[in-house]
Ligand binder design. Structure first.
Ligand SMILES: [Zn+2]
Length: 238
């Protein structure tokens, strides 16, 4: 995958970021109706620092893992409050695997996460643009790339067998993460899940001056996680 903005100089990038104010005023980025209310439940969404956002995610996973979920933000009031605009506190790029339902395993609700799911949690131009949109225009202060135990996409990349149709599209995006020496053991596949998370984070940072700039200014934190299918817990790996 080529660099999206590799040829854009600092001056051009500043011009681009200057445009972002105008973009933010466009109709599809309308400030949500609840933004100016005194609803404390909503205010908590608007003021989370990157570390607070991470703590909120991990606390939700603790509840899920211990089977004590609160199921927050799923009321009719919540639907009404976020119907006119969104302010998710985090972006999660996760695998499309049916056993990794992100809102459930972080015990969050409607309007909480900018949820991007693609097999193998790989960075593509569309995925990267979605992450930039959430961070630069919606104000998410945290990006998590979330891999998981026994990932079929990572397994396919490790096994390196011919695949039908368009399946190679995401499998090929994982292969560079595997390194030159590898076997096909279950242990290696689990190591590769973490390697892939780290590799996709590197791709994200290399290809996006927008995200790198937000991170350098302390407005964004980019982390990697591994979800354990057996136990239901998320471990930070990057
Ligand atoms: Zn997977």
């Amino acid at each position: 995958m080529g660099r999206l903005y590799g040829s854009v100089g600092r001056r051009d990038f500043l011009k681009f970021t200057g445009l972002m104010g105008a973009i933010a005023a466009m109709p599809w980025n309308t400030r949500p109706a609840w933004a100016d209310t005194a609803d404390m439940d909503m205010d908590e969404d608007r003021s989370l620092s990157p570390d607070e956002a991470l703590n909120r995610l991990m606390a939700g996973n603790e509840r899920f893992m211990h089977h004590t979920p609160k199921y927050p933000h799923q009321s009719a009031k919540r639907l009404h409050d976020v119907a006119q605009g969104q302010h998710p506190f985090a972006t999660v790029l996760s695998c499309a695997d049916s056993r990794v339902p992100v809102e459930l395993l972080f015990d969050v609700g409607v309007g909480d996460l900018f949820d991007i799911r693609v097999a193998g949690n790989v960075i593509t131009p569309e995925v990267l643009g979605s992450i930039e949109y959430a961070a630069a225009l919606l104000g998410t202060s945290l990006v998590m790339v979330l891999g998981h135990e026994r990932c079929g996409a990572v397994t396919a990349a490790v096994q390196d067998k011919p695949l039908p149709g368009n399946i190679n599209a995401f499998v090929n995006s994982i292969k560079p993460a595997l390194g030159s020496k590898h076997d096909q053991s279950a242990q290696f596949i689990e190591t590769a899940v973490v390697s892939n998370v780290c590799y996709q984070i590197d791709q994200m940072k290399q290809q996006s001056p927008i995200l790198a700039d937000l991170e350098a200014n302390g407005k964004l934190k980019i982390v990697g996680g591994r979800y354990d299918l057996d136990e239901g817990d998320v471990t930070l790996v990057a």
